[in-house]
Write a protein that binds this ligand. Structure first.
Ligand code: URA
Length: 188
């Protein structure tokens, strides 16, 4: 089965899983399943729920601008979230919501097999690196299990202040070099 079909099958399984918390639209993810880079945010917001697309609101605009600033196309990467439905009032996802959606994220990653994973913010970072601290570890490259992971600030955190914005932009600039590093490690 090709990746597009496998992802579609996974999406249908999530839709059929009535035990999952949250009842808003399923925002499964979008982009190139053969892409090398996978971005994982927290959970959809109001606009994402309305348009059924990840990262299309204010923080999404910033994320997509940074991707383009690298000379990459948004369609060449894959973008998704750890929790795939919008929590009410845009509150943080609850631990039980993260737990419930986690197995589906795991399978989505296993289908895509990205070269590098960029968790955006602490919730998706902690899925890979439970002990990591976002302000200390963002912009660094880690290996965990099969995956190479470089956490970054969530773009909504970057939008809250200059210090975090500068760190977010600087970490993003390191992404092409980190990608090359991972590719060399994998080929050698
Ligand atoms: N914030 C996220 O974490 N994900 C989205 O899709 C939008 C905003």
């Amino acid at each position: 089965m090709n990746k597009i079909k496998e992802l579609e099958k996974l999406k249908q399984e999530i839709i059929a899983d009535t035990s999952l918390p949250l009842t808003t639209n399923l925002v499964f993810g979008e982009g190139n399943p053969d892409g090398e880079v996978l971005f994982i945010g927290e959970a959809p917001g109001a606009l994402e729920d309305e348009l059924v697309r990840p990262f299309v609101g204010r923080s999404g605009q910033l994320l997509r601008k940074q991707i383009r600033a690298l000379g990459w196309k948004e369609e060449d990467v894959y973008i998704t979230n750890i929790v795939k439905r919008r929590p009410p009032e845009n509150r943080d996802p609850l631990p039980e919501e993260i737990e419930a959606y986690k197995p589906y994220l795991t399978r989505q990653i296993e289908i895509i097999k990205p070269t590098i994973i960029i968790p955006l913010g602490r919730f998706s970072m902690n899925y890979f690196l439970p002990e990591a601290k976002i302000s200390r570890d963002q912009g660094k490259l880690f290996r965990t299990g099969n995956w190479h992971v470089a956490p970054m600030f969530h773009p909504s955190a970057a939008l809250r202040g200059t210090t975090m914005m500068n760190a977010f932009v600087e970490s993003f600039k390191k992404l092409p070099a980190m990608l090359q590093t991972v590719k060399k490690m994998k080929s050698g």
